[in-house]
Design a protein around this ligand. Structure first.
Ligand code: FAD
Length: 461
């Protein structure tokens, strides 16, 4: 920080409508906190933008001064790429406006909005678009990597619903892009992450959703997990787009519908979601129940906005986190064996193995239709290792890496870029598969000097 003269900081500050936070400011430490408490970076300048003009000024300042640059949407990325050491952070957390055009079923969402900001506004019209499962996540980072959640089997990935974006590129151009204007760049931002510029506004297609949906979970003892997961896998083969069922293996939280003596015990929860009324799901619920001897269940009607926040208490910011992820096209028996084996050795009560179900509408676009290529992946498995004390770092990270390596022989190629940690740059080519060369060529055109490199970086090629 001492290396940036005061006059330069004051001059830059005078160009902004938002605020400029430096290490000398009281707000500095809170402004450099991310969802993952493992990340401890010290930027020189944090620009809390008030609008697209501030984004433009900040991009220009970083470029002219040769400063490392990072972009923060919701601050949830596990890799901590929303911050950089000794550089400039474009912090969009004050840009959270969401405007709904109900007649056209469109939403214009600012680059710092959270999933809850979006859902809250859209649901007041009974509308939504597919987003993720933790409401404090940023719409921006989630969308730019692909984005999937409870609505994805019905309505596709988040990017499949992105119709336009306003982007500031490395040379200071402000572009409104869509399928007809800058189509290559529009293709690239649908999965290519923050490599191509700063998106100040996203425009999404909306769908009628709820406001009441049917959701909940059926919880089995871990002892039955092999059998239950095998039957779940077979059920998915014929499951329609109207139903989504995810698997979570973890220590049972103290949910009111679970008997007290099951709280804290190891379980497999099959989590159901549908836009259909619960009455229409009775067969599916009975089928899932029949997979084993559930220790508890609750599936019923509730507001979509509440369901979108249902997992928040288990995923609150401020803890230490380490992830490992594999895609699976099919959960072969040996894969299930490894999953259940490692679920039996979870290194802490907050750790979990998440099996996010894709397929349905998310699988229909061609792998090259957007930059996100993993359309054949039926499950994205994410190993959420989560703990509080630094003394547990090596045990928790060691467990995740060991599990990841043991599961690797049964995994599909490809990985969801938004689940990659900072120590996996070697997996970026895997994440982009057939689209990697085209992404490198577009990067070379719009960001030849790699100004936007605090991300899962696509080197200009
Ligand atoms: P940030 O850390 O702020 O940003 C991540 C990166 O995105 C930045 O480094 C930058 O490169 C880029 N970026 C951010 N904003 C902009 C912008 N406006 N313009 C240009 N580049 C930008 N993903 C799913 O798909 N489905 C899920 O259900 C899901 N659940 C999750 C649950 C939790 C608890 C967490 C922590 C993550 C989850 N994710 C999920 C992953 C999530 O999509 C990524 O972590 C995503 O990067 C978060 O976006 P963000 O804006 O909060 O992140």
């Amino acid at each position: 920080m001492d290396t940036i003269p005061h006059e330069q900081i004051n001059d830059f500050r005078s160009q902004l409508r938002g605020s400029l936070i430096t290490p000398a400011d009281a707000a500095y430490d809170s402004a450099r906190q991310l969802w993952n408490a493992m990340i401890d970076k010290r930027p020189a300048l944090i620009v809390r933008c008030a609008g697209a003009a501030d984004v433009l000024a900040a991009v220009g300042h970083a470029r002219k001064q040769g400063l490392p640059l990072a972009v923060r949407g919701g601050g949830h990325n596990i890799a901590g790429s929303a911050l950089c050491d000794n550089g400039l952070v474009i912090d969009l957390s004050a840009m959270r406006a969401v405007r709904i055009d109900a007649a056209r079923r469109r939403a214009v969402v600012e680059g710092g909005a959270t999933l809850h900001d979006f859902d809250h506004e859209a649901q007041s019209f009974g509308l939504a678009t597919p987003l993720g499962i933790n409401s404090t996540t940023g719409v921006a980072g989630l969308t730019l990597g692909g984005g999937f959640g409870w609505l994805s089997r019905k309505y596709g990935m988040t990017i499949d619903n992105l119709v336009a974006a306003d982007i500031v590129t490395a040379d200071g151009s402000r572009l409104h892009i869509d399928a007809s204007h800058e189509p290559d760049l529009f293709w690239a931002i649908r999965g290519g992450g923050g490599n191509f510029g700063v998106v100040s506004h996203f425009e999404f297609e909306l769908h009628p959703v709820g406001p009441q949906v049917s959701a909940g979970m059926i919880v089995f003892p871990l002892d039955e997990a092999r059998q239950v997961l095998g039957r779940y896998r077979d059920m998915v083969d014929t499951m329609g787009d109207d139903l989504s069922v995810w698997g979570v293996l973890r220590h049972a939280p103290p949910l009111p519908f679970l008997p007290n003596d099951w709280h804290g015990k190891q379980v497999l929860a099959l989590v159901l979601f549908s836009l259909l009324p619960a009455d229409a799901l009775q067969d599916a619920i009975a089928q899932v129940r029949s997979f084993g001897s559930p220790v508890g269940e609750h599936v019923g009607a509730l507001p979509y906005v509440s369901w979108q926040q249902a997992f928040d208490p288990l995923l609150a910011p401020g803890e230490r986190n380490y992830w490992k992820s594999h895609n699976f096209d099919r959960l072969a028996d040996p894969a299930i064996d490894v999953i259940v084996d490692y679920a039996g050795k979870l290194p802490g009560p907050e750790c979990e193995i998440f099996l996010g179900l894709l397929g349905g509408a998310a699988s229909r676009p061609a792998p090259t239709a957007t930059a996100y290529p993993s359309r054949a992946a039926r499950w994205a498995m994410n190993v959420h290792t989560r703990w509080q004390e630094p003394a547990q770092d090596s045990a928790c990270i060691g467990w995740a890496r060991e599990f990841f390596a043991r599961a690797a022989p049964f995994a599909a190629s490809g990985v969801y870029v938004n689940f990659l940690t900072a120590d996996e740059p070697d997996r970026i080519t895997e994440a982009y598969g057939p689209n990697y060369a085209r992404l490198r060529a577009i990067k070379a055109q719009v960001d030849p000097h790699n100004l936007f490199r605090s991300n899962q970086n696509i080197a200009p090629g």
